[in-house]
Write a protein that binds this ligand. Structure first.
Ligand code: CP
Length: 318
């Protein structure tokens, strides 16, 4: 990264706000933090004295745990609140909750919420940095960044790669962040899925909508499958899971059409046998667990950078 570059973002609300230099700098920083996870003592003093609140209104395994590990690995004080254990269940509004959290002087609030835009609203009412851990069908920026880091580790760069994203594009905030991030870094993104899972006007992201999953996967460098987001659908949008799996499930026969060194990705959680067969998810081309490992490093980088780590505003020692 050029020495004149400065990371200027107090909040991480979406990949949309990040330019190519920002993305490259986050990945560069994450790479430098990644080896801390291989040390016998996985702790540095970088965020000592900083308070980090994980506020999750929706279930999560990977994102919540990795943000917590990221904070603890840098000696931050991390606290977890879930919707069911918060006073949101008693009718408190998000803004009131935000003001009350702010009264306890956190440095960072990480929020996952079912409403698109909830992190943006929160950011207007608190002095703390806000990081979007997934909002409705909008964005999941830290997932997009860890996906980029994983592809870069294996392919060097995203420039010119063919990346197929298959599944429920319309309800996936991962797709929202990946489409922006991948195309911004020069990849060619091909989408496949049932018409009911394809957002109207999605081509505005600079992506190509395929007529079949075979067209998307043909000669692909990366194949990513997405879970069907049942929790965001009032009525069923596909006739049956079995039919979906037979048309859109990623299996080893379909994968023969991709490049030999294709990367198989999935943000998790996987519904095995629906969007991806177990032999593919656990196969030699799968980098799904690399994505999870990189999630900790990317989230360490985000915590560090939003608090001005680059500018010497937190302790040294990484
Ligand atoms: N990829 C992802 O967001 O997983 P979790 O829902 O388990 O956090």
């Amino acid at each position: 990264m050029q020495s004149e570059y400065t990371f200027r973002h107090k909040h991480i609300l979406g990949i949309r706000q990040l330019d190519v230099d920002d993305i490259n700098h986050i990945i560069y920083t994450a790479r430098s933090f990644k080896e801390i996870g291989n040390r016998p003592i996985k702790k540095v003093p970088t965020l000592r004295g900083k308070t980090i609140v994980n506020f999750f209104f929706e279930p999560s395994t990977r994102t919540r745990v990795s943000f917590e590990i990221a904070g603890k690995r840098m000696s931050g004080d991390t606290f977890n609140i879930s919707a069911s254990s918060s006073s949101a269940t008693k009718g408190e509004t998000l803004i009131d909750t935000a003001k009350n959290l702010q009264a306890m002087s956190p440095d960072i609030i990480i929020i996952r919420h079912s409403c698109s835009g909830a992190p943006n609203l929160l950011a207007k009412h608190v002095q703390a940095s806000v990081i979007n851990a997934g909002d409705g069908t909008h964005e999941h920026p830290s997932q997009g960044l860890l996906d980029i880091m994983t592809i870069m580790e294996h392919k060097g760069s995203l420039e010119g790669l063919k990346i197929a994203i298959v599944g429920d594009i319309a309800h996936s905030r991962v797709a929202g962040s990946d489409m922006i991030g991948f195309t911004r870094l020069g990849a060619k993104v091909y989408l496949a899925g049932p018409a009911t899972f394809m957002p109207v006007g999605v081509e505005q992201f600079g992506v190509h909508v395929c007529k079949s999953v075979r067209e998307a996967v043909e000669d692909a460098d990366v194949v990513m499958a997405l879970r069907i987001q049942m929790e965001r659908q009032k009525d069923p949008l596909i006739p049956s899971l079995r039919e979906y799996a037979s048309f859109y499930g990623i299996n080893s026969d379909l994968l023969k059409n991709a490049k030999e060194d294709v990367l198989v990705m999935h943000p998790g959680p996987i519904n095995r046998g629906v969007e991806m067969n177990p032999d593919v998810a656990d196969g030699k081309r799968s980098v799904i667990l690399d994505q999870v490992t990189n999630g900790v490093a990317v989230r360490m980088a985000l915590l560090y950078l939003v608090l001005g780590g680059d500018k010497g505003e937190v302790a040294q020692g990484a």
